[in-house]
Design a protein around this ligand. Structure first.
Ligand SMILES: Cc1cc2nc3c(=O)[nH]c(=O)nc-3n(C[C@H](O)[C@H](O)[C@H](O)COP(=O)(O)O)c2cc1C
Length: 158
């Protein structure tokens, strides 16, 4: 018998992760972004990473059509931003400091790192879609990361 949904969430929540805001831009030029921790490094040669986007997310169609996206890894000072981008609807970018990157997706100011990707492959992932991105450009700053563990935001303990 498959594991019950809430129990699955609880178990997976024991895997500590960083937190990202993944951004893109649709054909009409509207920018989109959402909070995500289903993000992992996949390959060095070629340089690939993956993200997993809920098919019910408002920004899902933009990811489908744009063929580019940017992963912004959040710093520990950006919890409020993470909460803001984890809610559907409205103009999430209002009042947020960002600039437009080389791939036309927003780069969030103050993020610990950003990674610009072009779409490499798309896989069905049940109620999510898995997007593999080929990394085109990336930059990192020496900041402390925002962490997520057991359903709550955390900071490094050291
Ligand atoms: C810490 C955290 C991690 C999340 N990770 C993901 C994820 O990897 N994929 C996803 O589709 N949604 C994830 N979500 C939920 C989305 O942020 C949320 O559904 C958001 O409202 C989607 O935005 P949209 O509907 O405007 O596209 C996460 C939420 C939080 C708080």
């Amino acid at each position: 018998m498959p594991i019950e949904k809430n129990e699955l969430r609880r178990v997976m929540g024991h895997f500590a992760t960083g937190v990202t805001i993944i951004t893109t831009v649709n054909k009409e030029g509207q920018i989109h972004g959402f909070t995500a921790n289903a993000f992992t490094s996949v390959s060095l040669e070629p340089p690939l990473l993956l993200i997993s986007v809920d098919k019910k997310a408002e920004s899902w169609p933009a990811f489908e059509e744009s063929r580019i996206f940017t992963v912004n890894i959040l710093a520990d000072s950006q919890e409020a931003l993470s909460r803001k981008f984890a809610v559907s609807g409205g103009n999430k970018f209002e009042g947020v400091a960002y600039r437009i990157g080389a791939n036309r997706a927003p780069i969030i100011e103050g993020a610990l790192a950003y990674i610009e990707c072009t779409l490499w492959a798309v896989y069905d992932g049940g109620d999510h879609t898995v997007f593999l991105g080929e990394i085109q450009q990336a930059e990192v700053r020496e900041e402390r990361p925002l962490l997520f563990f057991r359903g709550g935001y955390r900071a490094l303990g050291d």
